[in-house]
Design a protein around this ligand. Structure first.
Ligand SMILES: [Zn+2]
Length: 395
C-alpha cells in the first residue's frame, strides 16, 4: 500500500507542489491518481475536501485509502513514476481554514457559557455548531460573539502538536479524542486544545471576524449559525448597503428604525380600518340605489371593490326578480334569487368564448374573471339569459 505524505500539515499555506505518481486506477470516465505527497486535504472532521488541479486538470474528487490519498481527474495521460504539478484553490482553502479555526474558537467560547459542541458544519455559505447544555438567548449570543471577536483581536497563536494515544493525555482536550494511532492536537494559545485533523490559520487574527447569524432548534438542541472570515465581511457589507437604503427611505438614523417602522405599521392599520369603513358606507349607498331596480341589476363598480362583488351581489339577489350581475375590473359575479330556476354556470359555459369568462360556483352564485372591452354586449347577454323561457327545474 502506498503512503501519501500530507504536505498540507507541514505548511497549510502551500499553494503549489510537485509530486510523483505512485499508483493509478483507471475508470471509464477518468483516473484515480495516488501521489507520494499532496497539497489537498481530503475532507473530514467537518471540513470539506480541497479543490484544485493536477497538471492543469481539475481534480473532481479526492479519496483516502488507509495512508494513501487519491485524486480523480478525467483526462490524465501520465504514468506511474511521472512528476505532476499540484495546484491548490488557495482562496477556498484559506476560507476553510478561517472557518475551521473560527469554529474551534467558537466552541471554546461556547464552553465558557456551559454549551458543549456536539457537531459542526463548515460550509461554503455558513458554519454551524450544534450544542448541548442550553438554548442561548439574544443577550448571550451577543456576548458569545463579542468574546470571539475579542480573542480574534488578540492575535493568539494557533499551534499544532503530534501525539499518540499515550502522549495525548498531557493535553487538556475540550472533547475526547478518537482512537487514532497518530493524533494531531490543535491548540489556541493555551486556551483550547482539540484533537483535529483539519487545516488551520497561524493565529486568531487571521480568522478576521465572527458574526453570530442565527439560531435554530434541531433534535431538541440549539444549532448556532455563524459567518466567519471573508463571509462575515461580506455580510457586514450587505448590512451596510441595506441600512443605507432603509435610511434613505425612512429618513432617520438606524437606531430609530424599529420605532419608525412600528409607527408606520400603526398608521397603516388605522388607514386600513378607515378604508374598510368607507368601503362599507359606499357599498351600502350603492346597494340602496341599485335595489330600486326590481327586475335585474347590472352594475360596474370601481376595481377597489373587486373582493366585495360577491357579497354585494348576494346581498341583493333575493330583492330582485331575476338576478344581479356586478363587474369590477376583470372580475364578475352573477347572483340569482334562490327560487330562480336557472344555473349561473350555464351562462358561463354559453358565453365563455365571447367574453372570455372563467369561473363557476353554486348555481345561484357564480363568479370569476372576464375579458371584455365594452360592458353593453355582456349586459345584453345576461339580460337575455335571465329572460329566457324555462319549463321548470334548474337548467
Ligand atoms: Zn477541528
Amino acid at each position: 500500500m502506498h503512503s501519501t505524505h500530507k504536505s498540507y500539515y507541514d505548511d497549510p499555506y502551500l499553494r503549489k507542489l510537485e509530486a510523483r505518481v505512485e499508483a493509478l486506477q483507471q475508470e471509464a470516465d477518468g483516473s484515480w491518481i495516488c501521489t507520494n505527497q499532496t497539497l489537498f486535504y481530503p475532507g473530514g472532521g467537518g471540513q470539506p475536501a480541497d479543490q484544485g488541479s493536477l497538471d492543469g486538470h481539475r481534480i473532481q474528487d479526492i479519496k483516502t485509502e488507509t495512508d494513501s490519498i487519491w485524486h480523480f481527474v478525467s483526462d490524465f495521460k501520465g504514468n506511474i513514476g511521472n512528476l505532476v504539478q499540484l495546484e491548490l484553490d488557495f482562496s477556498r482553502r484559506y476560507y476553510m481554514m478561517q472557518q475551521h479555526s473560527g469554529q474551534h474558537l467558537i466552541s471554546h467560547v461556547l464552553d465558557g457559557f456551559g454549551l458543549q459542541t456536539e457537531s459542526v458544519h463548515l460550509g461554503e455559505q455558513y458554519t454551524a455548531v450544534e450544542v448541548s447544555g442550553g438554548f442561548p438567548d439574544a443577550n448571550q449570543l451577543r456576548a458569545i460573539q463579542h468574546r470571539c471577536n475579542t480573542l480574534i483581536g488578540k492575535g493568539l497563536p494557533i499551534h499544532t502538536h503530534i501525539a499518540n494515544q499515550e502522549s495525548i493525555k498531557q493535553f487538556p482536550l475540550r472533547k475526547e479524542s478518537g482512537m487514532w494511532e497518530v493524533l494531531r492536537v490543535v491548540e489556541i494559545d493555551g486556551l483550547d486544545f482539540s484533537a483535529c485533523g483539519g487545516t488551520h490559520v497561524k493565529q486568531t487574527s487571521e480568522i478576521g471576524l465572527i458574526l453570530c447569524d442565527g439560531i435554530e432548534k434541531i433534535r431538541g438542541r440549539a444549532r448556532l449559525h455563524f459567518k466567519i472570515g471573508a463571509r462575515a465581511f461580506k455580510q457586514i457589507e450587505m448590512f451596510q448597503h441595506v441600512t443605507n437604503q432603509v435610511q434613505n427611505l425612512l429618513q432617520t438614523e438606524p437606531e430609530q428604525f424599529p420605532e419608525r417602522i412600528s409607527r408606520l405599521q400603526e398608521e397603516q392599520n388605522n388607514q386600513h380600518k378607515t378604508l374598510e369603513q368607507l368601503k362599507r358606507l359606499y357599498l351600502h349607498e350603492i346597494q340602496k340605489e341599485l335595489i330600486q331596480q326590481p327586475d335585474f341589476i347590472f352594475y360596474r363598480i370601481e376595481p377597489i371593490f373587486a373582493n366585495e362583488i360577491s357579497k354585494l351581489a348576494r346581498s341583493m339577489a333575493n330583492s330582485v326578480q331575476k338576478g344581479v350581475c356586478i363587474l369590477s375590473g376583470q372580475r364578475f359575479c352573477l347572483a340569482l334569487p334562490e327560487s330562480f330556476p336557472l344555473n349561473g354556470n350555464t351562462f358561463i359555459q354559453q358565453q365563455q368564448s365571447q367574453f372570455g369568462l372563467r369561473g363557476g360556483g353554486p348555481p345561484s352564485l357564480v363568479q370569476g374573471s372576464l375579458q371584455i372591452q365594452d360592458d353593453s354586449a355582456l349586459r345584453e347577454a345576461v339580460q337575455s339569459f335571465l329572460n329566457q323561457p324555462f319549463s321548470g327545474g334548474i337548467s
